[in-house]
Design a protein around this ligand. Structure first.
Ligand SMILES: NC(=O)c1ccc[n+]([C@@H]2O[C@H](COP(=O)([O-])OP(=O)(O)OC[C@H]3O[C@@H](n4cnc5c(N)ncnc54)[C@H](OP(=O)(O)O)[C@@H]3O)[C@@H](O)[C@H]2O)c1
Length: 244
């Protein structure tokens, strides 16, 4: 990965990025299917993610036509990463098996391990053959809404689509890693005035707050409306407080 980081620091051109080799394995934070029963009988409060999360090399999956490899510069921990790591309310290896039944490309997600993480900022390293709007070297932030754009039920409100998923929670190859596999339609330009870390913490929590309070498929709150924000000091709540 060092050569990719060097290219990012040197602000290499898109062509230079496109010529970089993608490593056959990368470092990722992952849980193991073989350990999904490790907390059986243990009270929730005593389930310690430090026992279930591993930081080690995993094989780099092949890239689907609508995906990019992302060199991750920053990521964040959300509650769904906590849920995955304590296998509550269910182990996320079940959703990965269901995803794997959807298509040839989806089969890649069913592995003995799951790389977690549902937020990221970073640099596009390679793009799949069907990607149009992004190129190697682009600095981006990632939202976690993993949508099948060939599913009509996703067209009105993608969050309610029959097979909508959260990347890095109900999919593999998430953001708490040196490399991530991301659908091109999850990418947004990284705001130039934000640090990598700032760009990597907003998408999941902020999008959730916006959808619930402001969005057309949510409460359609207007400035001046009176709302109750429960947990206003948390990730979602802190964004919600700024919308009111
Ligand atoms: N469906 C979605 O799209 C989506 C997306 C993101 C998150 N979520 C879910 O939303 C929840 C919040 O996520 P988050 O990232 O904002 O978590 P967070 O940063 O940990 O915030 C949790 C907030 O809840 C407060 N809280 C905890 N226990 C409480 C209680 N008994 N009564 C009242 N307030 C309590 C906390 O206050 P203190 O700090 O004082 O303890 C904190 O303000 C999680 O369950 C997460 O899984 C859903």
């Amino acid at each position: 990965m060092r050569h990719i980081l060097d290219a990012i620091i040197a602000e290499a051109s898109s062509e230079e990025f496109a010529n970089l080799s993608v490593p056959e394995s990368y470092r990722g934070v992952h849980v193991l299917a073989a350990e999904q029963e490790m907390f059986a009988g243990v009270a929730s409060a005593d389930k310690d993610p430090r026992q279930s999360l591993h930081v080690d090399q995993v094989p780099t999956p092949e890239l689907a036509p609508d995906e990019v490899y992302l060199a991750v510069m920053a990521s964040s921990i959300n509650f769904n990463t906590v849920w995955t790591s304590i296998f509550e309310p269910v182990s996320t290896f079940g959703p990965l098996k269901r995803l794997a039944r959807e298509s040839e490309w989806a089969k890649r997600h069913d592995r003995p391990y799951q790389v977690v993480g549902s937020d990221a900022s970073g640099v596009v390293v390679k793009v799949g053959s069907a990607v149009r709007n992004w190129k190697p070297g682009d600095r981006v932030t990632v939202h976690c809404n993993h949508v099948d754009d060939q599913d009509p039920s996703a067209h009105n409100d993608s969050m309610l689509a029959t097979n909508q998923r959260i990347w890095g929670y109900e999919t593999n190859f998430g953001g708490l890693a040196d490399l991530a596999v991301v659908k091109a339609n999850q990418l947004m330009p990284k705001p130039a005035h934000l640090t990598w870390e700032e760009a990597a913490v907003s998408a999941l929590c902020n999008s959730t707050s916006y959808r619930m309070l402001v969005g057309g498929n949510g409460a359609r709150m207007k400035q001046g409306d009176v709302v109750l924000i429960w947990g206003a000091t948390g990730g979602i709540g802190a964004y919600a407080a700024q919308y009111v």
